[in-house]
Design a protein around this ligand. Structure first.
Ligand SMILES: OC[C@H]1O[C@H](O[C@H]2[C@H](O)[C@@H](O)[C@H](O)O[C@@H]2CO)[C@H](O)[C@@H](O)[C@@H]1O
Length: 345
């Protein structure tokens, strides 16, 4: 097992670092300090060549010239908070909105905009990089200060484990982080050979601004039915893409499998496990002007080229009683974990 820390580039006068974690099975991941971003998920093919399963860009600036939040750490609160407004401890809180009057993915000063401090850790069977930051309410506008650690671990079972830990200060606050990783397990710029299965019998009804209405709808007899593996490209064409929140079956805060993405040609698959009650599926089905992923060798990204699978608590939970508890009381530490397990047939 190996850990390599390198300079990535200078961005806005800050030194951006890249940390690579390698296991003993030929799998490696790398992360950038900017945005605590997951940069590469490299797996070997049968000829020993490395294939990157996630989308990435050549430079930090490319991550901020579009709204994709490509493979970045999202927080304090993933998804949309309606009108950026909520009540906490009897007090009305108004955040700065950053999308149609709503606050999306922690706003314009959330986790993904920070350059994180780095430490690394080597165990017998795993290697880790730990990103840490002290986020005051003055930085991102959420109430209360927060100490955050985001720990990426790669082990010899080909699992990438991301552990988000937040410690609040003297005020209560919100905590609902996620990893906004975009996957394409094939060599093609589309999802035609991908199948998706989600342990979900319900999804959220959304309004025209993609804000949950409060209703949960049954997936049965709809394009949202991924209870058995469904070809992703044909589901996307039936539904005009997905930008939806699936409710994970069986209320539980224990880590359990929530979805499997598999690719026919290579036999690669990723199983996602999470301790939260939702998986947001975003298929990037709109045109993304100016977006060029490294894997496309200079060509523009195709609509539905990749799928973001974002495990989190249901969006706008703070404004919907039955969506889950994202409140972090004062002087409290809370963790969430997402695990991505790679397998190959
Ligand atoms: O600008 C890129 C896209 O930004 C939004 O997409 C977000 C989506 O709505 C969220 O549910 C998901 O978690 O993250 C996506 C990236 O931020 C816009 O809704 C979409 O139209 C844009 O193409």
């Amino acid at each position: 097992m190996e850990i390599i820390t390198q300079k990535f580039e200078k961005y806005q006068d800050q030194e951006i670092k890249k940390v690579t974690l390698k296991n003993d099975c030929g799998v490696a991941i790398s992360c950038l300090s900017m945005g605590a971003t997951w940069y590469e998920f490299l797996v070997p093919d049968k000829d020993g060549n490395k294939h990157n399963l996630i989308m990435n860009f050549a430079h930090c600036a490319d991550y901020y010239s579009n709204g994709l939040c490509c493979c970045q750490s999202i927080g304090r609160v993933a998804g949309r908070i309606k009108k950026g407004h909520f009540k906490l401890n009897q007090q009305e809180v108004q955040l700065l909105p950053n999308e149609n009057g709503n606050t999306l993915h922690g706003g314009n000063h959330g986790f993904r905009f920070l350059n994180w401090k780095i430490t690394t850790q080597k165990e017998h069977n795993s290697v880790s990089v730990i990103f840490s930051n002290k986020i005051s309410e003055k930085i991102d506008g959420f109430p209360g200060d927060l100490d955050v650690e985001i720990k990426y671990t790669l082990n010899n079972q080909n699992q990438v484990m991301i552990l988000y830990t937040a410690k609040s200060g003297s005020k209560l606050t919100l905590f609902n982080p996620t990893c906004h990783a975009y996957f394409n397990l094939s060599d093609q710029p589309n999802l035609a050979s991908h199948k998706l299965k989600i342990n979900s019998t319900q999804y959220l009804e959304l309004d025209t601004e993609l804000i949950p209405t409060g209703n949960m709808l049954a997936v049965e007899n709809t394009p949202y039915d991924f209870r058995d593996f469904q070809n992703l490209e044909s589901a996307i064409s039936k539904n005009n893409g997905f930008d939806d929140a699936f409710v994970i079956d069986g209320a539980s805060t224990n880590l359990r499998p929530v979805a499997v993405l598999s690719e026919q040609t290579s036999g690669r698959a990723i199983t996602i496990s999470s301790d939260s009650n939702c998986l947001v599926v975003y298929t990037m089905s709109q045109n993304q002007p100016g977006v060029k992923f490294i894997r496309d060798g200079g060509k523009f990204a195709q609509p539905s080229e990749a799928v973001a699978l974002e495990a989190q608590t249901l969006p706008d939970a703070i404004n919907n009683d039955d969506f889950g508890n994202i409140v972090l009381p004062a002087n409290t530490t809370k963790s969430h974990e997402i695990v991505f397990t790679f397998t190959q047939k």
